[in-house]
Design a protein around this ligand. Structure first.
Ligand SMILES: [Fe+2]
Length: 241
């Protein structure tokens, strides 16, 4: 299949159902009627994309890109990996954006209400573009877990949100990355909407001792597969690709 071809259908045994009541907002967000299958228009497949030519030198360094008086507080980490297609071919030139809470589990957002402190030196957003071999890399602070108003006492495991743009504007994919060994993963109402443990494992970055920055940061490896049976579970994808 060429990059311009029709999208793969979502594998319903791999991706969660739209309606998952333990994740309460899915009750109102899930469709009430059968889905319609629409072909992509030419403009959706060839239209403009943005952001690829405006990457700043600190955009992939969340330790420095918002720092005012010093480095942010927390465990220093690097996150790296490759963006691959269904045939394990690297996908170069992909805009990868990421955003996260700070070490205390607090987002820098005006609607954020969690009582954990804002870190004046941490913004929590960054981006980069995959190189010729599909690789990306960024440095950041390991985010904290945070509570959220779902059940009586629900907490999100530490996670980093990812967005990837494909070769056209309509191809934006969003997912979340978790951390190997985190016991909070298995109590999360959002993670538990994914039935296949292998799919959850694919969303979990592994600690990579070989990629640490000595005397600086631990390293986590997270590969993202865009299509086919090895496709990463994306939150906003109605069809594959
Ligand atoms: Fe989050």
């Amino acid at each position: 299949m060429s990059d311009q071809g029709s999208y793969y259908q979502r594998d319903r045994s791999w991706h969660p159902a739209a309606l998952t009541p333990q994740y309460k907002t899915s009750v109102l967000r899930s469709p009430r009627y059968p889905l319609l299958s629409l072909d992509n228009t030419i403009s959706e497949m060839t239209g403009p994309r943005f952001g690829h030519d405006k990457i700043g030198p600190l955009d992939n360094d969340l330790i420095r890109n918002f720092a005012k008086t010093g480095d942010p507080i927390g465990q220093r980490i690097v996150v790296y990996g490759r963006v691959l297609d269904e045939n394990a071919r690297p996908v170069p030139g992909t805009l990868v954006e990421f955003w996260q809470a700070n070490a205390g589990g607090r987002y820098r957002h005006k609607k954020e209400t969690y009582l954990a402190a804002i870190d004046p030196n941490f913004g929590g957003c960054g981006r980069t573009i995959t190189d010729g071999e599909g690789r990306y890399w960024f440095r950041t602070i390991k985010p904290g877990a945070y509570p959220w108003p779902n059940g009586v006492n629900d907490w999100r495991p530490a996670h980093i949100h990812f967005s990837l743009f494909g070769h056209a504007f309509a191809q934006r994919l969003i997912t979340q990355m978790y951390f190997e060994g985190d016991p909070m993963i298995w109590q999360c109402p959002i993670v538990s909407t994914i039935a296949d443990k292998a799919a959850i494992d694919q969303l979990t970055a592994v600690l990579d001792r070989n990629a640490t920055l000595p005397m600086d940061a631990l390293a986590y490896k997270f590969d993202i597969v865009l299509r086919g049976r090895r496709s990463t579970m994306f939150e906003n994808r109605m069809e594959g690709n």
